[in-house]
Design a binder for this molecule. Structure first.
Ligand SMILES: NC(=O)c1ccc[n+]([C@@H]2O[C@H](COP(=O)([O-])OP(=O)(O)OC[C@H]3O[C@@H](n4cnc5c(N)ncnc54)[C@H](OP(=O)(O)O)[C@@H]3O)[C@@H](O)[C@H]2O)c1
Length: 327
């Protein structure tokens, strides 16, 4: 079968190659998905550039990407929750990475039936970003009337997080640039802050939750806008001690400046590294079918133009998700 593979770390155009590879074989708990569409995420770019080689070492060659939608064409002897012919979507686990290919084998635990009211391309756009939004906002126990700041509302994660937070009844502030303000407001955000012309720190006061999707100074500034006892959840900022342990960094200590800000606000801080989860994808499926969440797609590329899709991703300006139609 044809697959887009990473053959070395480096620049996108030097590192990705279309190869003919054998069709994956399945374990007893796996399903084999005939891939209809895949989606790409900033982590795929970071892997290519070699930025994650200590945390997530990749053997070469490896097929790229984690997000998939498609049709189950084989199932292992122990799989009882899916049938051949089921239309599904998944964020595949690290060890099964490789969705820009004609087939991918995935543990049934990471798979859900796809939402019935959206296309394969739309379904592929959901898993990684959707699970990140759900798992981050659930970690901080988002609830009705919470005031939540979600950074980068026009990104893959932010565009779903806004809709998820609104579905939970929260009041949502979000940041984006001028050109995106209108469509991001249409996702339901209560106050869209144009970071080109406005200072979000002057607008957001006493937030219950900050969802930090930007990192760097934004992780620290979060403590200026949360209430006393508020919660900061980050997917880009410094690791917390538990998440550092997960990556084998037993002696890790929170950066001193961050630790001071947390104690000054009697706040909580958590770094989330999303995990594959078929049950959570099932929850997102229900929200999509209830029209509480709609997928936002920037562009669908044909399989043959997958490398161009990565170049677009690397610009950091995607409006929603970048999808690759495989078949
Ligand atoms: N820890 C985890 O498990 C996990 C999971 C998923 C993602 N992540 C990380 O989370 C981050 C976001 O992921 P993503 O998929 O949403 O990325 P993305 O879709 O590539 O984000 C692009 C968006 O970011 C916006 N943006 C850039 N700078 C901004 C700023 N200063 N203020 C407001 N918006 C800004 C851009 O809007 P403008 O063009 O308007 O600036 C663009 O729409 C990435 O760093 C990714 O690696 C982590």
């Amino acid at each position: 079968m044809k697959a887009l593979q990473l053959v070395k770390y480096g620049k996108i155009k030097d590192s990705l190659v279309f190869n003919e590879v054998s069709k994956p074989t399945i374990q007893a708990t796996d399903v084999l998905i005939e891939v209809k569409a895949a989606a790409i995420n900033p982590i795929d770019k970071s892997i290519i550039l070699g930025n994650l080689q200590n945390m997530l070492p990749i053997p070469f060659p490896s097929t790229s990407a984690y997000d998939v939608s498609g049709i189950i064409v084989e199932k292992g002897a122990e799989v009882s929750n899916f049938e051949i012919g089921d239309l599904v979507y998944s964020r595949v686990p690290q060890e099964q990475m490789g969705t820009i290919a004609e087939y991918v084998a995935v543990t049934n635990m990471a798979v859900s039936k796809k939402p019935g009211n959206i296309s394969f391309e739309e379904a592929a756009s959901i898993p990684l970003a959707g699970l990140t939004a759900l798992q981050s906002l659930e970690h901080v126990g988002i609830k009705k009337n919470d005031k939540v700041l979600i950074h980068a509302g026009s990104g893959g994660v932010g565009s779903i997080a806004i809709q998820y937070a609104k579905a939970k009844g929260a009041y949502v502030y979000t940041t984006t640039s001028t050109n995106n303000v209108k469509w991001v407001a249409a996702l339901g955000a209560d106050r869209v802050i144009d970071y080109k012309t406005e200072d979000y720190k002057a607008i957001v006061k006493d937030a219950d939750i900050v969802f930090d999707t930007l990192g760097k100074n934004y992780s620290l500034e979060a403590f200026q806008v949360i209430k006393q006892g508020g919660k900061v959840v980050s997917v880009v900022g410094p690791l917390d001690e538990d998440s550092a342990k997960m990556f084998g960094m037993a002696d890790y200590k929170l950066p001193e400046e961050l630790a001071k800000l947390i104690s000054g606000k009697e706040a909580s801080y958590k770094f989330i590294f999303m995990h594959p989860n078929g049950v959570h994808l099932g929850e997102l499926k229900s929200l999509i079918e209830d029209e509480k969440i709609k997928p936002i797609i920037d562009k669908v590329y044909p399989f043959s133009e997958s490398i161009e899709a990565f170049t677009h991703l690397a610009s950091g300006r995607a409006k929603g998700k970048i999808v690759i139609k495989i078949n």
